[in-house]
Design a binder for this molecule. Structure first.
Ligand SMILES: O=S(=O)([O-])[S-]
Length: 105
């Protein structure tokens, strides 16, 4: 199984062109402050419910701070049967610089 890493630009395109699930694995305080628009928090507390309810066929984007730990999370989700999961390179830190209008706070 190979990990898919995509750029913020590709993630932005996916978000606007297809229905996708957006996950934010940063710490809860950072998530509360601001996050990619439409992102849901994914942590040890929310994981079980997410795995129960998620659409495993839907494109799924994983954000962390800089795009490092999201790679592990994306691999994990792949192993859980998600067929189109991508780790977003540059993470939220790059995202918020490139797309300040696609942030929720
Ligand atoms: O969130 S991070 O692993 O990219 S520092």
């Amino acid at each position: 199984m190979s990990l898919s890493r995509i750029s913020c630009e590709q993630a932005h395109e996916l978000m606007h062109n297809s229905c996708c699930q957006i996950l934010d694995i940063r710490d809860p305080q950072s998530y509360q402050l601001s996050r990619p628009a439409g992102a849901k928090p994914l942590d040890n507390n929310t994981l079980p419910a997410f795995l129960n309810e998620a659409d495993r066929q839907a494109p799924t984007l994983v954000f962390c701070y800089h795009g490092n730990s999201s790679q592990q999370a994306a691999l994990f989700l792949q192993q859980e049967g998600f067929t189109e999961v991508h780790s977003v390179d540059g993470g939220f830190e790059l995202w918020r610089q490139l797309y300040p209008n696609d942030i929720e706070s």
